[in-house]
Design a protein around this ligand. Sequence first.
Ligand code: AMP
Length: 416
Amino acid sequence: MNEIKAPKGTRDIFSPEIQKWQFLENSIHAYYQKFLYREIRTPIFEHSELFSRGIGSETDVVQKEMYTFSDKAGRSLTLRPENTASVVRAVIENNLFESVTPLRFYYLGPMFRYDKPQKGRYRQFQQFGIEVFADESPQVDAEVIFSAVDFLKNLKIADIKLEINSVGCPQCRPGYLEILRKAARAEQSGLCADCQRKISANPLRIFDCKLPECAETAKRFPLLGNHLCSECRDHFKIVREALSWMNVPFLLNPRLVRGLDYYTKTAFEVTSGQLGAQNALLGGGRYNNLIKELGGPDMAAIGFAAGMERIILHLRHLTLPRPKIMFVAYQDPKWLPNAIQLAQVLRAHGCPVYLDYQGKNLKKQFKKADKVAAAFTMVLAEDEIKSEAVSIKDMASQDQIKISLKDLNSWLKKNY
Ligand code: AMP
């Protein structure tokens, strides 16, 4: 029979890499709870319309990358390609505006995009992200950006670059888009067919094109930064000032528009010099109109999403403390019940414990203890059982001591 492989663009994660994932996930929970973010978990699939309306029908994600299917009742459903639209939907649907203060959420989980798989780019990949609602202050933009950079720094990720821009708002962007259209039409021959189509549909998306000739042509296009309304200009000025107060170095990138349509005002991206072609670690920005667009109140919002696989690639050299495994060995199968009870006591105390139910003799069990990399082996033999004691062998030093079961607690306190 043919062997069944995992689908293209997906991967299995197991030990020892899985320990890094658990470490990263724990770090996210601990870090963002310090800023009063609360975790939110939304479904893996949603009505397709949520993404076409939320992300923008002209984006690459919606045009080319969604996993969309019909269920048995003929509904069009899509595996989530990102999570902001889902979080907004969940906040509106559950009326969390009323019950959660402050309105700050973080999430982590798998996303799905029909992308071309390569190192750091998958079809099922994990993101974590944060979303802040109902706060228009530019300082909150700076705090969100600070947290992203600080989180990565705490993980000892070096060589990171933060780029920021303002992508305007519904007051100033339409005027700029007309100017951009004119410029793009004049240079149409320097753009790929896809970008030529974007001129009338959504010319900002031309800046997302990865083709060198399009990027070269787009260098000559007028910049949004020179066409911002005074509100967007002032907002962006305070964001930059606040970033300086927070000691966050940044670069201004006037061509940073981000691949999703919902952004307004601040947009940002963090890249890493160590990742090669797939160098984006995270990206985000303000999306002050999305909540209203998806049927909620007129409410400001900002957030970012980070690629967890790419962060994991940076944790190559991370060494995590090895668990102190306890192996419980018994000299004769008749002592197995005692061994089982001892293992229960040890686990209740918090020790990771393994015992071999098939343990034929002590020699074989000690071999197994080496295989599971046990730090200690507790031995129950005739002598120990009779004297209500246990022998403990330190597997590294090979030292062995015998203690009374009465003293077990104090030994555990000292060693665990
Ligand atoms: P986006 O939602 O496109 O703004 O992406 C946010 C972050 O998710 C990026 O900076 C990447 O780190 C990560 N990311 C996006 N697409 C993929 C993918 N196909 N595979 C792995 N990571 C991805």
